[in-house]
Each structure stands twice: as C-alpha cells, then as structure tokens.
Design a binder for this molecule. Structure first.
Ligand code: C2E
Ligand code: CA
Ligand code: CA
Length: 661
C-alpha cells in the first residue's frame, strides 16, 4: 500500500514551503521518511502513529485540518517530538534489520533445504532422553519420520525393533563412555528392504557435557546386495571349480579316481611314509579296449563296471583303486602286496563276465613295484610298475611280475634303441638276409623271405624282434620297408626266374592309404614284376582295422602281388574271415612248431589249419622247422612249404646267391 497522502497542490502556499520532517507509516513504506502533503487530502487510516514535524504555524494549520486520527504533530522545537522521532527511527532501523535478517534466513533455509535434499544421508538429532530434536530423512527412507515426530521419543515410533534397540543402547552407552557406535538397520519401504549403515555419536552442549546423540548414515542396500551376489558368485565359482576338479580326477564311466588322481594321491601317501612299505600294482586287462571298440557302447561299459565291482570286492578300505588307462587299473596299498594277493585279483577279473548280449572272458597281467625298495620317488615307482607290467605283457608267461632292476636296464636299452633308430641315415646301418622257403616234398627253394638286420655302430647287432616293434611305433618302419624293397630289386635279377621274394609288411604300413601305389611304384620303377613278390601280413592288422586292411590287401592283389598271412594261429581273429580275403598262403606260426609233433594241442591246431588251407585251396607254410621228424609229419598232412633253421638259417646275400650257383 502506497501512502495516499498527497497534499501538495491543495496546501496553502506557506505550508508548502514548510518541510515535512518525518512521516512514519510502518505498514505502507517503513523506510519512507518524507512525503508530500496536500491540504484536503485524507491522511491514511492507520493504527500506527504518524509523526509529522512542522513549524509552529503549519502545525496549527494542520491541526485544524485533521482534528482526529492517529496523527501526532510536533513542533520542530518540541523536545517530546524529538524523543518520539528518535524512538521511531530506532524502531524503524531495528525492524529493518529484522527484515533483512529474516530475508537472509529465508535464503539460508532454501539453500539448506536444497543441500539436505541432495544428501541421501539420514540424520536424527536426539536429546539425552531420546526425544527427536531434528531430523533429515533421505527420499528413500520410510515416511514414519515426518514433522509430527519432532519432540517425540524416538523409541515410541513404529520403527524396526532392531533399530530401536541399537538406538537405546547408543543412548545409554555413548553418553556414558563418549564413544561412537556403528550399526546396521533394515527399514522396509513398500516391498523393498533397505539397509542403512548408521553411526551414533555423542553431541556436546557448550560445557562439554553430553547433550544427546546424533544418528547419521546412509543406505547401503546396493552395497549389501552387491556383496551378497558377490558371495553367491564366489560360492558358485567354488562349486563349479569343485565340479571341474572332480571331473578332472574322476573317471566318468566307472566313477573311480583316474590316473591323475592316483598319481597325486600316491605322491602324497609316499611323502607321509618313512620306511613303511607301499605296493603299487598296475593291472592290464587284455583286449578290453578292443572289446569295447567292437561291441555296443553299453556292453563295453557293463564289462568295465563288472571289473570295478570285482576289484572293489577283492580289496580292502586301505587300497586306493583307480582307472589307470583305457584297459588298465592302478592300485596301491600299504605293505608288500604278496604276489598271491595279486594273483587273487587277477583270478577275480578273469572270471567270465555275463553281459546282456554275450559272455566274455578276459585275461589280465599285472606289474608290481614296492616303495621304498624299488623306488622312493613317485614317478620312479610308477615307472617301475609300468616296466614290470610291460614285461609281463610282452612275455606273457607270468601273470604277475614284480619289478626287477634288470627290467629297468632292459627299458633303458630299449629307449636307447628307440633313439638310435631315429638317426637320419639309419638305412646305412641296415642290411638284408634271406631265408629259404622250400617245397615240402621236393625241398626245392620256392621263396626267400627277406629279413632286415641292423648293425648299429653304437649298440652292435640289434635283434629284429626288438627293433621292429619300436620302428613300428615311431613309424620308421615305413622308410625301412621302402629301402628294403628297393634293395631287394637289385638282388632279384641275380636269381633264377622261378624264385620269389617274400617280404614282411608291418600293420602300421598296411594302413597307410597310399601304400598300394607306393609299393607297386617302387617295384615297377626298378622294372620288377610284382608277381615275384609275396607280401607277408600278420593277422593282427585285422583286429585294428578290418575294413581298411581288407581294402589294402585287395589293392595289392589287384596290382599282381601274392599275399601270405604271417604268424597264423597266434592272433585273436580266428579263422572265420579267411574265406573273405584274397590270401594265397598261410604261414603257421613258429611257436606251434616248437612242441610239434609231441604236444597234442599244437599238433591239433596245425592239423586243423592244414585242413582249412586244403579246403580253401591255399598254400600252407610251416615256419620254424627245426627237426627232421617234423618234416615227415607235415608232409603227411599235406603242408605245402617249409621254412626253418633245419633247412637254412637266414643268409647274407653272397651265401644265399651261392645256393643257386
Ligand atoms: P617273422 O616274419 O616271423 O620272420 C621269421 C623269423 O623266424 C625270422 O626271425 C627267422 O630268423 C626266424 N626263424 C626262421 N626259422 C626259424 C627256426 O627254425 N627257428 C627259430 N627259432 N626261428 C626261425 P628274425 O629274422 O629274427 O625276424 C624276427 C621278426 O622280425 C620277423 O618275424 C618279422 O616279424 C620281423 N621282421 C624281420 N624283418 C622284417 C622286415 O623287413 N619288415 C618287417 N615288417 N618285419 C620284419
Ligand atoms: Ca615273416
Ligand atoms: Ca612268422
């Protein structure tokens, strides 16, 4: 409201010259100290005093104009007036200051509120008694705290019991001990649980005494959730790690620990033993993987599981049993394992296994090594047992073999042979010998079996029975055979035209896809006739890959070679496939000749083989003929050809050529 006092125009002239000294109208314009007045105008209707200072003359004039109303008129020289004026001015400036302060406070309050709203902390100021003096509540805090709670005891509010309890303890403890306390509290807003991390600390009054406590803190729900999901993740990770660990150390089919598990457990067990003995046994089940490969998957597994059950039944709790390989088990146990005990395990395994489809009888061999006698280190102990097992498998005489230091020597020698075989110009150390194969009735030479000989500058003469299997293992046999065939083509022209060569072809070589072209190529390159070559193949190859092998044999046959089945009778395959193969002859393995004709079983077998070859119309060759009486016998049974030391040892080229001169 503006002052409506406008006297100027209507006031008498003399009045105009008189200055208005002070006007006080707190409501309208608190700071207006002067105003123009016009005679005839109404003075404002106001409860507040209006002080007007005039000269004596004006004063009388005005008093005539305004007899009533809250107007106080003072003469300029009036001391009461002066005092009133001073008071008015004082009040005026005081109120002005208050107004200014209020303004400042309002601005501060706005700023303060903005600041608090931007802070997500909860702050509650409590008196010593627990009354809420002030609070700030973040937006996500339950709305139990509103302005109505100020002054109330916090413990009377419907807040979570845990929180109240913590505050109560804080009220007691903090004022007594002066410390602060941290605690967590969970509040529910809507469906969501919110966790706050809070701190209660003491608040002092001016004298240093405890005036109460301040509770402050912020929401850590996310942090808690993150922590929770982190620990859940860690748990899951741990679990999957455990699973992976288990997988890595368990054989999936039998559920037994695997080889790796055996090795690690063995190592640990050995470390914890001083001189207490420990026996390690490796058990090989012959043909297990072959049967598993050639029968239905579940039949194979059934057999395997039966073996495991039997082994478990036969061993005690102190025995660690593992699946060591495809067809190997590994066991170790305290003490010396008696050979008798090993034999008992073997007997258990060798009992026939009944499966849904058919019955199987498997044979097995075992290698044994004992800590600390044979080795003190895990690796060495395992190697010893492996060596013993290999010896048992290869010699096939004993079912259980205890490791002996000579076994290790033999192994070292074998390893030496293996490395020597890998020399770049190994064929320079090789030579050929020829062993006649003669007609059984006329004893005339029909074939010469070409055999490899190796004289190593380092190892001396190495027997073919030793180096051939190793050369097969590392593939060197392929280049050896190619070399041998090439060499033989140089000798063949020196021989009568009706003499043929019989060469051995290793199973690994037979399975090379380009074999037929390779061999035929070599022969043709040297202008020889494949018809003058007989290829000796052992029946073992039909176990490995019957389809490929049959294909290859047909291939060789179609290129003009003749085919012999070597070492016949020792294999696994039986006689059934014989009619399916384009085989020209069969070589009865020399092991059958050893007891022949005294041993009944060998004799019966030789007789049945000869009956078979006769009925198929193919040639039969008896290998390893060492005694004259054998020849008579074989002749009587209709054996076509003979080979053996009695007739001739393998001969060097010159000696062999001399036979024809
Ligand atoms: P194999 O193919 O069965 O060869 C016949 C072996 O029997 C030869 O042994 C021969 O010396 C031996 N032998 C012949 N008559 C008698 C006898 O009356 N009594 C006894 N106890 N043994 C007799 P060798 O030359 O030591 O060869 C051993 C094996 O090495 C051969 O057995 C053959 O499997 C392999 N081999 C030799 N040369 C070659 C070759 O060039 N290539 C391939 N793949 N294998 C070869
Ligand atoms: Ca042979
Ligand atoms: Ca043979």
């Amino acid at each position: 409201m503006k002052p409506v006092i406008q006297y100027r125009s209507s006031l008498p002239e003399e009045l105009k010259r008189d200055d208005v000294v002070a006007v006080r109208d707190a409501q309208a314009a608190p700071d207006a100290l002067s105003v123009d007045l016009d005679a005839g105008d109404e003075l404002p209707s106001t409860d507040l005093p209006l002080l007007l200072f005039f000269s004596e003359r004006t004063r009388s004039l005005l008093s005539q104009l305004h007899k009533n109303g809250p107007v106080e008129l003072f003469n300029r020289s009036d001391s009461n007036g002066r005092h009133a004026l001073k008071q008015a001015i004082d009040r005026l400036s005081y109120e002005k200051r208050i107004k200014e302060m209020e303004k400042t406070i309002a601005t501060i309050r706005i700023e303060h509120e903005a600041l608090l709203n931007s802070i997500d902390d909860l702050v509650i100021v409590l008196s010593r008694e627990g009354a809420i003096l002030w609070f700030h509540r973040p937006s996500n805090f339950p709305d139990i705290l509103d302005s109505a709670v100020v002054g109330r005891d916090i413990r009377s509010l419907p807040l979570p019991a845990e929180f109240i309890k913590a505050v109560d303890t804080a009220l007691v403890e903090i004022c007594a001990a002066g410390h602060y306390r941290s605690f967590q509290a969970v509040f529910e807003t809507g469906q969501k649980k919110r966790t706050f991390e809070l701190k209660a600390s003491s608040r002092e009054d001016g004298t240093g005494a405890c005036a109460g406590i301040t509770i402050s803190g912020r929401e850590i729900t996310e942090l808690v959730e993150t922590r929770l999901s982190l620990s859940r993740m860690t748990e899951e990770l741990e679990e999957s790690f455990l699973r992976a660990f288990e997988l890595a150390f368990t054989d999936q089919i039998t559920g037994l620990p695997n080889r790796e598990a055996l090795l690690q457990t063995l190592e640990m067990t050995m470390e914890n033993r001083n001189d207490e003995r420990l026996a390690l046994m490796l058990l090989h089940v012959r043909n297990l993987s072959n049967i598993r490969n050639s029968t239905r998957f579940d039949t194979g597994n059934q057999i395997l599981k039966t073996m495991v059950e039997r082994l478990k039944n036969e061993t005690d709790r102190e025995t660690f049993l593992a699946r060591y390989g495809d067809d190997e088990f590994g066991l170790f146990m305290p003490g010396d394992m008696a050979e008798a005990e090993a034999a008992r395990l073997i007997r258990a395994i060798e009992a026939p296994v009944k499966t849904d489809s058919m019955d199987f009888t498997l044979s097995c061999t075992a290698g044994l090594a004992v800590f600390p006698d044979d080795a003190t280190e895990m690796e060495a102990l395992v190697q010893s047992a492996e060596i013993a097992l290999r010896e048992a498998r290869e010699h096939g005489v004993e079912k259980v073999r205890l490791f002996s230091p000579e076994d290790r020597q033999r192994l070292n020698y074998r390893m030496h042979v293996e490395t020597e075989l890998l020399r770049p110009n190994i064929t320079d150390e090789m030579s050929l010998v020829y062993q006649p194969i003669v007609d059984a009735s006329t004893r005339k030479i029909r074939y010469l079996e070409v055999l490899l000989r190796w004289t190593s500058p380092v190892l001396g003469d190495v027997p073919p029975d030793l180096f051939i299997p190793l050369a097969e293992k590392n593939g060197v046999i392929i280049s050896l055979t190619n070399w041998m065939i090439t060499e033989s083509t140089k000798v063949l022209p020196l021989l009568p035209a009706d003499i043929r060569f019989s060469v051995n072809l290793s199973p690994v070589h037979l399975l090379v896809p380009t074999l037929v072209d390779d061999i035929a190529g070599l022969i043709e390159e040297h202008h020889m006739d494949p018809d003058r070559y007989k290829i000796e193949i052992t029946e073992g190859v039909f176990i490995r890959d019957p389809v490929e092998a049959t294909q290859r044999i047909h291939g060789l046959k179609s290129r003009g070679f003749t085919i012999a089945l070597d070492d016949f009778g020792v294999g696994f395959s039986g006689l059934s496939y014989l009619g399916l193969l384009p085989v020209d002859s069969i070589k009865i393995d020399r092991s059958f000749l050893q007891g022949y004709p005294d041993d009944r079983r060998s004799t019966a077998l030789i007789e049945s083989i000869l009956t078979l070859t006769r009925s198929f119309g193919i040639d039969s060759i008896a290998e390893g003929v060492e005694r004259e009486e054998q020849i008579e016998h074989l002749n009587r049974l209709g054996c076509s050809m003979l080979q053996g030391f009695l007739l001739s040892r393998p001969l060097k080229e010159q000696a062999m050529l001399a036979l024809f001169s």
